[in-house]
Design a binder for this molecule. Structure first.
Ligand code: URA
Length: 278
């Protein structure tokens, strides 16, 4: 696989602490990644042959609009959520009282970005900053995520229509912050899952990047260690929706485990390849 990185992308990779090694034209390709335990990790990206099914056309896409102004106190059922257009879904999340997290939250965090993007990034749950601002990934982990996305030509502020970076939609498995940033509980993940499912149906992404074990748990129903799931393509299946999923490390984990940034970069490249092939 040719990386074809331009100067900007190389600068971005340097920014997230990844130095890309590419073989000389006449040099033999290495057989294994060369990994160093420091942040400037040289990596070799192996070509991966990925065969996936085509994703349904985007004829059902909805443009995001302002939420309707008449909140309902009764929590909507799964069938109701499954039929909601984007504004009603936003409203349902904003007024959700289905679990105890509603008592401690400042804001719900629905998502950010282009709701018609080919890329969907799914994280874990809002942290303190996200809870205060009502936007996912605005803290240190968010900065790293933005740099990672920038390195492959994506930005949360972009749309698919522009010539510059491509759009991405970013959301979480949980729409409310667990107190003290504790791990999401199984019941909370289950309660919030219909919201994420409907977001996926409406966005109709070509590729989902699942960041961290709770995203993986929600999307794939797997509790296998992340290290065993990354490096190959999975599928999110729900009703008629089937979307390829690439699993990678959570940015907060990467901030604490710098050498694994090289693996995260390989995951991004795999996701980009799957999206291009789709
Ligand atoms: N971590 C997440 O998984 N999501 C956020 O929005 C912020 C931090």
């Amino acid at each position: 696989m040719s990386l074809n990185l331009d100067t900007r992308q190389r600068a971005m990779l340097a920014e997230i602490g990844v130095r890309v090694w590419q073989p000389q034209a006449d040099a033999p390709a290495p057989v294994a990644p060369a990994v160093s335990p420091v942040s400037s990790t040289p990596i070799f990206i192996a070509a991966s042959a990925v065969s996936i099914r085509a994703v349904a056309p985007k004829d059902l896409k909805q443009a995001p609009q302002q939420p309707a102004s008449s909140p309902s106190d009764a929590p909507p059922g799964m069938a109701t959520i499954a039929a909601m257009p984007w504004p009603a879904l936003q409203q349902a999340v904003a007024t959700c009282q289905a679990c105890a997290l509603c008592q401690s939250r400042t804001n719900t965090v629905f998502g950010v970005g282009d709701s018609q993007a080919d890329w969907l990034v799914v994280g874990e749950a809002p942290g303190e900053n996200e809870d205060l601002q009502g936007e996912p990934f605005v803290g240190a982990a968010g900065q790293l995520l933005d740099n990672m996305l920038k390195a492959i030509g994506l930005a949360r502020s972009a749309t698919n229509a522009s010539n510059g970076p491509q759009g991405v939609y970013i959301t979480n498995t949980l729409k409310c912050r667990p107190p003290g940033n504790r791990n999401p509980e199984a019941a909370e993940l289950a309660q919030c899952a219909p919201f994420l499912q409907r977001q996926i149906e409406l966005v109709q992404p070509k590729i989902i990047l699942a960041m961290g074990r709770f995203a993986v748990q929600s999307l794939l129903g797997s509790t296998e260690p992340l290290g065993k799931l990354r490096g190959r393509v999975h599928r999110y299946q729900a009703g008629s929706v089937s979307v390829p999923v690439v699993v990678t490390y959570h940015p907060a984990y990467l901030l604490r485990n710098l050498p694994d940034k090289a693996k995260a970069w390989a995951d991004l490249c795999l996701a980009r390849q799957v999206k291009q092939d789709g």
